[in-house]
Design a protein around this ligand. Sequence first.
Ligand code: AMP
Ligand code: ZN
Length: 706
Amino acid sequence: MARLVEAINRNDRLYYVEARPVVSDADYDRMYEELLALEREYPQFKDPNSPTVRVSGAPIEGFAQVRHEPPMKSLDKCYEKGDLVQFDTFLRREMPAGSRWRYVVEPKVDGVSISLLYEGRRLVRAATRGNGEVGDDVTQNVRTIRSIPKTLPDDAPDALEVRGEVYMTRDGFVQLNESLDEAGRQTFMNPRNACAGSLKLLDPKIVAARPLDVVIYNAGGVGCDGFATHTEMIAAFKRWGFPVAPWSRLAETVDEAIAAIDELGESRHAFRFEIDGAVLKVDERALYGGLGATAHSPRWARAYKYAPERVETVLRGITVQVGRSGVLTPVAELEPVELAGSVISRATLHNADQIAEQDIRVGDHVWLVKAGDVIPAIDGVLVEKRAEGVKPYVFPSVCPACGERAERLEGEVAVRCVNPGCPAQLQRRLEHFAGRNALDIKALGGRVADLLVEKGLVKDPLDLFSLDFEALKSLDVGEAGAPRKFGRNALNMRDALEAARGLPLDRWLFAVGIPNVGATVARDIAAEHDRFSSLAGSSVLKNVIANDALKGKARKILPIKAEAAKSVLAFFESRYGEAFLARMHELGLDPRRAETPSVKTTGPLVGVGCVLTGTLSRPRSEYAKLIELAGGTVQSAVTSKTRYLIAGENVGAAKTEKARALGTEVIDERRLLELLGDVAPVGVEPPAPSPAQTPEDRKPVQATLF
Ligand code: AMP
Ligand code: ZN
């Protein structure tokens, strides 16, 4: 068991910190399963630090208090470069005569400060800063953060405390908010709040699914003596497996340090964590003692805060949008202002609570920020500027689109329109259905989806498949006063829908728009099912719910999956879901799981590279799929590794010449179908051979193919 714990921890580190895994996922899963089994059989030998604790920890009752020794201090902050020069002057005065030092410049990570304590080279405690003297014991939650080493190598001190910052990645924050939003739950204002909120969760299983990471940048109370410089100490932390700041600079003078701060300022939006400033530290640790600290902060460091990207503007109005699940989302309509490089006139207000909490009123002067550097959000009201007579905002109690009652469902923050026939919901669902990660029907963009619903032509996304496309050509899709015919785009839409029939299960599952089923979840679920119809009442999904986190492929099971599995099953059990499936059946639709070309080792085109060009009689994507089914790969351009160039109509001679020069055979559709052998589907009619083809290309096609 000890060996397994060690091996799993080592592999976690290789995978999550160093990003160079040395064992396959399958081997990792086997080790994990074996350890789980042993722990179940011999609970008395279970290591409290076992990696299995990460996902199986029982909910926490509350947080114990931890006293920090020495206290976890904050940093003195400044907002002007001149203050850094003064800081340098101050140090020169305070330091013993003849002292020499350099500065280290580090990013100021905007997260939650954390202390990690190791005893016997094992993580025994993690605590938040709290008030600096006393913080919360969040060990269970912090254990779920994969990049934090749970054990340390032999050359690390037996007892060690390090300090740093836990953060939520910016991408992860955006995704988390999207899925919370989708599930009708409260979203977070920014990555820091999301991080703090995650660490305070009582269920470590949920924390495990949160995109948290850490940067270690400070010494703790034990095990950190004996380093001459901060730089050396950080290098040792890194060696022992701690994630450290991916960027830092050594500077000989304060001017050099300021230049480094500017350099960091330029690139700060490119980091995976939010950076709200730079920290200037004296590198020579021997000088720290003489300088000492104030009650608030050490004297050997200073934080420089970048100018906050926050602007004042006026809230002109609040519009309420209806999402595809009926959630009403308030949106701030703002006096346009520039913020962090773009002009912003709208910002999300999340939900009714958020507006009430901040007491945001139409007509108010408000602060605008970018949460997670991307999403414009309102960050407070300038109450002193509020005009007289400005009334508190009242959230609508009816749907602005259909006028039906809007309700707040039990346990949800969101207010929803509960009308299943709400046109706004249908429009959003159509848009989602046609989206790039769904069925990718570009012609349905812009006003078209709205129009189809308005005109009563579409009452359900599947109605798209029985539209009269000829008639649609004359649909006016222009703006008021500027009529424009849908025209040729109607046929593009028809073609895209035809192509959509051949799209794999994951795309369809995502397109349906089931709550909690984003594109990634859809892919995971699809990988375990043959076809769309097998999702209804799926035992795989039932098992996911039953097993939740404990069993199975530990690395892959996320708490959201149980939720997602429930949602999918609920969808197919619902009256709508049943009708949807029946309708799919009528339309001859039962999308299948995507074939993964890399695992194909049999088939008539194994290892054969193909390029499709020119006008073909069926969509290229369809041929691509067939080629992959036959074991071949589809390339985007002819290279020396291309065996066949499948040329449709209108292919220039230059292109075929070039291909031939590279040793590629130029063939037509008919020949391709021949090559596909059994893989060519019944009913695929190749076009009649065109006269331009060589006799060799006109070989008779085997009857069995068709
Ligand atoms: P503030 O939270 O704004 O009072 O700033 C002080 C905090 O910045 C410290 O307590 C640390 O949690 C945090 N911090 C972030 N990055 C660093 C860093 N590189 N070095 C020291 N402290 C940092
Ligand atoms: Zn409605």
